[in-house]
Design a protein around this ligand. Structure first.
Ligand code: ZN
Length: 442
């Protein structure tokens, strides 16, 4: 069951409570709503005894979506779960557009000026803006959650696979065994080595099976250098055939597979810059950070027979994962990064020519585009109650984006803020039920 965050009167975090308990506290007026997203209440007094209920914040960073789970290590309960959707592609696209506009303008206006684009340098730990945004999004939420509940430890999936001391699995001859922890690590290694594609037909984004290049019935071993990845169709088509027979019409593919099978993965630690940067910055926050591998996460999840989803993966990160995870009734909180608007002073057309007057002030009558408001309209033709994100105009006549659609021309006087725009949008996920496992694309 997803719990409700509680702060005491001094805004110090207390253990999250059951939603029913929170409702009682609110109706008895012993608490007030502090924040809507994530739902947090604030007590009107400071409790005499603070029951210590340390929580572990677990993170599974992904390129599109990052899974977040708050786990009580002693009881195995998942107290809170979230999925954070990044906006890396939006950032990359925006920068590309800005670059195009600037290049075009320089071409037109300063054609004869000496180039001076090479007069700047990047810091040592520089990350591309799209990657940086992922790191910053995660850190923002770690900091927010630390203010809302007592977090004493962090867990992070740092690498895809962990082959420990074994630097060259191809040479040292480790064998693949399905279902063991080592098997999961090796599977992740194979995925990385073969770039998550079917070795035979090159298909991406389909479930891949571990494939023996020399079939076991023909005396092939389980050694890593005899394994590749194949989609279901190719695996069936090849069967126990000799690879030279199977690929008789594709000599180039055959040569590539045979060469790649022998070649060990260049960097066995599969360094992922973004994750290491995240690790470094999380460590500087002063909490102990436990690191896990993708193989271990998958192993933990399979052992506990849990379905795949980002937040469940997060709950399974690291060796600290409790033997049984209590996740029944958990409603994942879906967070999407939306950014904080644009720094562009006015809109431009496709060749970079200004097509509107400069932007006005960001705040109008105390509201900002993106604030979640409730408008209770009592006069005029639009009488009624509207809840949604607001779009402000300097005139004070706002638009409200409700679930039913956009309502235009609502005066600021009817609006009350529910949640201020903070760079993220929120949604409730599908509650986890044992019978109906949450289906999610990886
Ligand atoms: Zn295939």
């Amino acid at each position: 069951m997803s719990r409700v965050f509680v702060l005491d009167a001094n805004k110090q975090p207390l253990s999250p409570v059951h939603p029913g308990r929170a409702r009682v506290l609110l109706t008895q007026r012993k608490a007030a709503v502090f924040r809507r997203y994530p739902f947090t209440i604030i007590l009107k007094d400071v409790p005499l005894s603070r029951e210590a209920n340390p929580l572990r914040l677990k993170i599974d960073p992904g390129s599109k979506t990052t899974g977040i789970a708050l786990v009580n290590d002693s009881t195995g309960e998942v107290v809170f779960a979230a999925e954070l959707v990044h906006r890396a592609d939006v950032i990359a696209k925006g920068l590309e557009q800005r670059r195009t506009v600037r290049r075009g303008r320089r071409q037109r206006k300063t054609r004869y000026r000496k180039p001076r684009f090479a007069n700047r340098c990047r810091g040592k730990n520089w990350l591309a803006p799209s990657l940086e945004s992922r790191v910053v999004n995660v850190l923002t939420w770690v900091k927010r959650l630390m203010r809302l509940c007592p977090i004493t430890a962090l867990s992070l999936e740092l690498v895809k696979f962990d082959l420990q001391q074994m630097e060259h699995p191809e040479i040292s001859g480790v064998e693949y065994q399905q279902g063991t922890l080592y098997g999961y690590e090796l599977r992740q290694y194979l995925l990385e080595k073969w770039d998550r594609t079917c070795s035979y037909c090159g298909t991406k984004g389909v479930p891949l099976q571990v494939e023996h290049i020399r079939a076991k019935v023909r005396g092939g071993t389980d050694r890593i250098s005899n394994l590749c990845l194949a989609c279901e169709a190719c695996n069936q088509a090849k069967g126990a055939q000799d690879i030279r027979v199977f690929l008789i019409e594709k000599p180039d593919v055959l040569a590539r597979i045979l060469a790649q099978a022998k070649a060990p993965l260049k960097d066995a630690s599969a360094v992922n810059t973004t994750r290491w940067t995240l690790y470094g910055r999380l460590k500087s926050m002063g909490l102990p950070v436990e690191c896990g591998s993708g193989g271990l996460t998958q192993f933990n999840r399979t052992q506990r027979t849990l379905p795949k989803s980002h937040w469940i993966d997060a709950a399974c990160v690291g060796t600290s994962t409790p033997v049984s995870l209590k996740i029944a009734g958990v409603v994942p909180f879906l967070i999407a990064a939306t950014g904080h608007g644009s720094r562009q002073k006015c809109n431009v057309n496709e060749i970079g020519f200004p097509r509107s007057s400069p932007k006005g002030a960001k705040k109008v009558k105390g509201f900002q585009t993106g604030d979640l408001v409730r408008a209770t309209v009592t006069t005029g033709s639009k009488q009624g109650v509207y809840v949604g994100r607001v779009l402000v105009r300097a005139s004070g006549s706002f638009d409200i984006r409700t679930r039913a659609g956009r309502v235009q021309g609502i005066s600021y006087r009817f609006c009350t803020p529910i949640h201020r725009c903070d760079g993220y949008s929120f949604q409730k996920g599908v509650p986890y039920a044992q019978e109906d496992p949450v289906q999610s694309a990886s």
